[in-house]
Design a protein around this ligand. Structure first.
Ligand code: FAD
Length: 275
């Protein structure tokens, strides 16, 4: 069995188990011990840490099972694999400034803001920046400014919100009226699913799409699943999907339609010239 088909099977098993495992309590002590054995970053299951992470910028309060502060990508891969093994829910967190409880839950919290917060590269020619998910918006803007560029979406929390959290919330701000929301300014993402599938995603031309399908495995399943939603429900989405300018919760089903850019492989410039 290829590694990809192994992870495809693992992910299907996870989905099936999720339906039955919802009420099963997580063995927090065993999970904590396993995380401590395998991670270089911080593993914090003490009452003080759990209280600190029990809320975000909202009025909600949910005490997490524990908190992981990953040092690097390897830590994230290991933490996700161990949570999967122990059937523990996971929640990513950046600045934690969410207003609707997005960042608190009875889960293992992965806090990207401490160690995985670097601006990796700025390419002024292509007007593209490569960042880790915990990078703070103002740090990116300060680096981009050296090239007379900026990242346009600018929530009021710009001095602490992170790019990962901005993507999760599809953050806006006064300048997003002019230059788009966060989702309009993303070139590509490296993502990891709960089932362990790691992949680069972004604007996908028809040619790329066909190549991904030919390669097979879990990635192909995900891409063809999304396409089949558009094929089967496209007219329904066109007729009834609410036309609101910024969608935070739920699924951006309208972006699966060809008239909204799906399959076009379009590329944009994401850092804007300062005006
Ligand atoms: C006073 C105040 C003013 C605000 N003003 C604005 C505003 O003007 N415009 C606006 O758009 N918003 C605003 N917000 C909301 C919020 O600050 C922004 O949306 C901000 O960009 C969120 O960034 P964050 O790093 O704090 O995200 P978080 O709150 O940490 O996370 C947001 C979401 O992203 C997910 N997430 C975080 N990191 C990752 C990751 N690495 N991988 C996968 N998912 C991840 C989280 O699970 C969560 O669902 C405001 C909030 C406050 C408290």
């Amino acid at each position: 069995m290829s590694p990809d088909s192994t992870s495809a099977k693992a992910e299907r098993d996870v989905s099936a188990r999720a339906l039955t495992a919802r009420s099963e309590p997580v063995d927090a002590a065993a999970l904590e011990a396993a995380l401590r054995r395998h991670l270089r970053g911080e593993v914090r299951f003490d009452a003080g840490t759990r209280a600190l992470y029990a809320t975000d910028g909202s009025n909600y309060r949910q005490v997490p099972i524990g908190v992981v502060v990953p040092r690097d990508t390897e830590d994230v891969l290991a933490a996700v694999a161990l949570c999967r093994e122990h059937r523990a829910p996971l929640l990513a967190r950046g600045g934690g400034t969410s207003l609707a409880g997005q960042c608190c839950n009875v889960a293992i919290i992965l806090d990207f803001s401490k160690y995985m917060a670097r601006i990796l590269e700025i390419d002024p020619e292509r007007r593209i920046a490569r960042v880790e998910p915990g990078a703070i918006l103002d740090h990116l803007r300060a680096e981009a400014e050296k090239h007379h560029l900026t990242f346009a979406p600018d929530p009021a929390t710009h001095d602490r919100c992170t790019l990962g959290g901005m993507i999760g919330n599809n953050s806006c701000g006064v300048h997003s009226i002019m230059a788009g929301k966060t989702d309009d300014n993303i070139e590509s993402l490296e993502i990891l699913t709960y089932g362990g599938q790691r992949m680069q995603v972004g604007s996908t031309s028809e040619e790329d799409f066909n190549r991904i399908l030919r390669e097979g495995g879990r990635r192909a399943e995900i891409y063809s699943g999304l396409k089949s939603i558009a094929d089967r429900y496209g007219d329904h989405i066109r007729r009834q999907f609410p036309n609101i300018p910024r969608r935070v919760s739920g699924y951006n089903l309208n972006h699966l339609l060809p008239e909204n850019g799906a399959g076009s492989g379009r590329h944009r410039r994401h850092l804007r010239h300062r005006s």
